[in-house]
Design a protein around this ligand. Structure first.
Ligand code: MG
Length: 396
């Protein structure tokens, strides 16, 4: 008997997983239900679990850290196989002692990978020997999608125009702080990039970039104004969905190490189905969730205990009204309370927890008007629970 039960649970869990619906991670019928902008309920047990990532390690001055487990590594200190020059030929920069170094005059290098939205980690060092000033001192740049420059510059005790400092979105926005280490030491950039999204030539999302320099916030969700250039004001404009990451040769022997990125979940404006959605996207997602739960309920049909199927059907109604489902679940609920009523006292007493759970489900569904307030099985069940004194607290 126990084995059968375990198998039933296992197959249910498997069914849910294969439908992309998370196995129960919390009580059902609990927090506020979905609304027109949110496809999930509050504390929704069906909401998919976050993916598990093994974190990496932080870098030390001498040693690059380890990337997180889902990072796509662009440079691990050994070779430039993931990079090319701007003509598609081999990347001509120097690789030595775990870093790459600009060979002045050879031009920018770019990744063979093309990508858009990302979490990017990159470390760089200016030459220890200070030469030049302002924009002439240890200049390079990190070009997201080959277009948006996050400035790389030895800004340590170096005055230049504010929107050209290290950590600036070049010519658009200065860094909120100058948190550079002295030249010769590696600086750490952590960047969250959300590309502009265009539809039918119109920006539906201008795109944003967040930058931490050595762990200090430099760009706080800064709105993009298109690709950045030099001297001319950037204008918002389509820049595509993907592009390479490129590193600038500005004539200085800059070093880079430990370069990796992670792909980001889709934004709601990009077809993502989590977060604050449009009413249309919410409706579509709620339909998908409800359909998955109904499919799951169908797999539970004709089992000796009809309760899990009934609860699953009721649960699907939280996401989407569906008349046949409502009819079927109502019939099952009628039968459930009728059976309960007929049970002899010795068998009924074992149903206390189950009945209260079903009662809580009925209460939730009527509270949020998913079931009518006069849903008959609710009143019958409440009466049974009252008669049995199942809600009474134990006398101290
Ligand atoms: Mg630059």
């Amino acid at each position: 008997m126990k084995l059968c039960f375990a198998l039933a649970i296992a197959s249910t869990l498997f069914g849910l997983a294969s439908l992309g619906i998370a196995a129960s991670a919390g009580p059902r019928f609990y927090g506020d239900p979905p609304d027109q902008h949110h496809p999930w309920a509050i504390h929704d047990g069906n909401r998919p679990q976050p993916k598990v990532v093994t974190p990496g390690t932080f870098s030390t001055p001498d040693q690059a850290g380890k990337p997180p487990s889902d990072a796509i590594v662009l440079f691990d200190g050994t070779d430039l196989s993931k990079w090319q020059n701007d003509k598609g030929g081999p990347a001509p920069w120097l690789v030595k002692d775990g870093y790459m170094q600009v060979v002045p005059g050879t031009g920018e290098i770019r990744t063979k990978d093309q990508f858009g939205d990302c979490q990017l980690h990159i470390e760089w060092a200016a030459p220890a020997k200070v030469e030049g000033d302002s924009q002439g001192r240890a200049n390079s740049g990190i070009f997201l999608m080959g277009r948006v420059e996050i400035q790389v510059l030895d800004s340590y005790h170096n005055i230049t125009y504010a929107d050209g400092h290290a950590g600036a979105v070049y010519e658009v926005n200065p860094p909120a702080a100058n948190a550079l280490r002295p030249p010769g030491e590696f600086q750490v950039y952590d960047i969250v990039f959300r590309r502009p999204i265009y539809r039918d030539g119109k920006a539906v999302d201008p795109g944003y970039v967040t930058v931490f320099v050595n762990g200090v916030l430099a760009q706080d969700h800064t709105m993009l104004e298109g690709g950045t250039g030099h001297m001319t004001r950037s204008r918002i404009g389509p820049i595509g969905d993907k592009g390479p990451l490129s590193l600038q040769d500005h004539g200085n022997p800059m070093r880079f190490r430990n370069i990796w990125y992670r792909e980001l979940p889709l934004r709601a404006t990009d077809g993502g189905t989590d977060g604050y959605l449009t009413p249309e996207a919410t409706l579509a997602k709620r339909h998908q969730i409800a359909a998955s739960i109904r499919e799951d309920a169908a797999k539970l049909a004709n089992s000796p205990n009809p309760l899990p199927e009934m609860l699953r059907l009721l649960e699907s109604l939280v996401y989407e009204k569906d008349e046949p489902t409502l009819q079927k679940a109502s019939t099952m609920a009628d039968q459930y309370v009728a059976n309960l009523k007929q049970l002899p006292a010795d068998q009924l007493s074992g149903k206390k927890d189950e009945a209260r759970q079903v009662r809580d489900a009925f209460n939730y569904l009527t509270k949020f008007k998913i079931l009518p307030a006069d849903f008959a099985p609710k009143a019958i069940l409440a009466e049974i629970i009252k008669d049995q004194g199942w809600d009474r607290r134990r006398q101290p």
